[in-house]
Design a protein around this ligand. Structure first.
Ligand SMILES: [Zn+2]
Length: 426
């Protein structure tokens, strides 16, 4: 009976008031015949915290700009393989390490994205300031990758045998224009078998993303003939048109509920200060809790670009010198979706939170979990412990204090989703 004790604790502890009501939680269903391996895996983290910090720093220092994740992927592959997992890199660039379960027809994924938002020219050297690690990407997603590797190793060294097969995945293309291509490929490949996806993204243990925020990324381009600033003055100017369009667009009213946002994130164009440019471009990210609002905002952007071009043409002194062309292209779109409140994955998360003494609030966000959620596959995105800040900035930081609790939480959620093989005491 003592082997069952942990799971009795895990699933039967009295429910403390938490930030989210538990009324929909189903009765705990998973019963494990043996748990000494789980105890050993939970104890593994405390002994290996220094090693985990080292791996996080090492992986963070391997650049992984969008579409250039291969070098970091190779390093993660080695680490997963050295834990004894069967590891492959798929044709999209995802690293996939398999821990075979007794039921190979069902799978769960634990994933962490490889890519950063930083361009290849960014200098990435992890600095230490007391307990703090500082470097671009150290938290997002150095923390997730370090946790992925730590949990894989803890499972292997503790001889955990899951019921459902666990895929440990370091995926490409989560950030920006990567447009979740790694997760899309993964879901495409494994969809019929996939029962749950747990995404590790950044630090912390205070939140759980169960609602996928729908978003679209758009690029507006305006072209003209281009010319000399003095001799061709009066010719329609694509940058002028883009500025006129932008001012219109940023005055668009968006509702507070359903929350809807827009951001002009990049603007470029022109060749020199004394040339009338032949091209100007603008990248806009729009997000909403409602697909309808998203569609409205996308058409508002198109209207504003058209109007900006029209304004510039009307005010140009010499229209015989050419006209402006414009287009708005979709760079990416992330689907919406939501984890049902009565899902067993959410129950596993709540049980794990109870066990480690954590409370987490539900959030809506745009993460790798969007893809499985849009396909009706249970998925959550959580932080991997410790604390971090300054994500996507050069001042990004991470503090490992509290990491152990975060890792235990992830392990328990993962095993709650995979189950343990019955009667496989070693
Ligand atoms: Zn991230």
């Amino acid at each position: 009976m003592k082997h069952a004790a942990l799971w009795v604790i895990l699933f039967c502890m009295p429910v403390r008031p938490a930030s989210v009501p538990h009324s929909n939680r189903p009765a705990p269903s998973t019963q494990f015949a043996d748990n000494s391996e789980v105890r050993s895996a939970l104890a593994w983290f405390a002994r290996n915290l220094a090693w985990i910090n080292e791996q996080q720093s090492r992986l963070t220092e391997i650049p992984a700009p969008p579409f250039q994740e291969a070098q970091r992927a190779a390093a993660v592959k080695l680490l997963l393989a050295s834990s004894g997992l069967e590891v492959q890199i798929d044709k999209t660039g995802n690293v996939i390490g398999e821990l075979r379960g007794t039921n190979e027809k069902e799978m769960v994924v634990l994933s962490a994205h490889l890519d950063t938002v930083f361009p290849p020219s960014t200098e990435i050297k992890v600095r230490h300031d007391r307990d703090r690690l500082l470097a671009p990407g150290i938290s997002d997603n150095g923390t997730g990758l370090a946790a992925l590797i730590a949990i894989a190793r803890a499972c292997q060294e503790s001889h955990i045998k899951p019921r459902r097969t666990i895929l440990f995945v370091a995926d490409v293309g989560e950030e920006g224009e990567g447009n979740l291509r790694g997760m899309r490929a993964l879901i495409e490949a494994y969809k019929p078998k996939l029962k749950a996806v747990i995404v590790l993204d950044g630090s912390g243990t205070d939140h759980v993303t169960t609602k996928a925020l729908a978003s679209r990324r758009l690029e507006a381009t305006i072209n003209g003939p281009g010319g000399h600033s003095w001799s061709d003055f009066g010719m329609p100017n694509p940058i002028n048109a883009l500025v006129r369009a932008s001012v219109r667009f940023i005055n668009t009213k968006v509702p507070a509920a359903p929350r809807t946002t827009f951001n002009i994130g990049q603007i470029e164009g022109g060749t020199s200060i004394n040339s009338i440019p032949y091209e100007a471009k603008l990248k806009v990210d729009i997000r909403s809790e409602s697909e309808d609002e998203l569609t409205k905002l996308e058409s508002a952007l198109r209207d504003c670009i058209a109007a900006g071009v029209r304004d510039e043409m009307e005010s140009s002194r010499d229209r015989s010198k050419g006209k402006l062309e414009w287009k708005v292209e979709l760079l990416g779109s992330r689907p919406g979706g939501e984890l049902p409140a009565n899902s067993s994955l959410l129950a596993a998360l709540r049980s794990a939170d109870e066990y480690v003494g954590n409370q987490s609030r539900i959030e809506r966000s745009s993460t790798d979990a969007n893809v499985p959620l849009a396909h009706g596959i249970d998925a959550i995105s959580i932080g991997a412990g410790g604390t971090g800040g300054g994500a996507h900035s050069l001042q990004e930081w991470y503090e490992p204090a509290g990491r152990e609790m975060g890792l235990k939480r992830v392990l328990l959620i993962l095993l709650g989703a995979s189950g343990l093989a019955e009667g496989k005491a070693r």
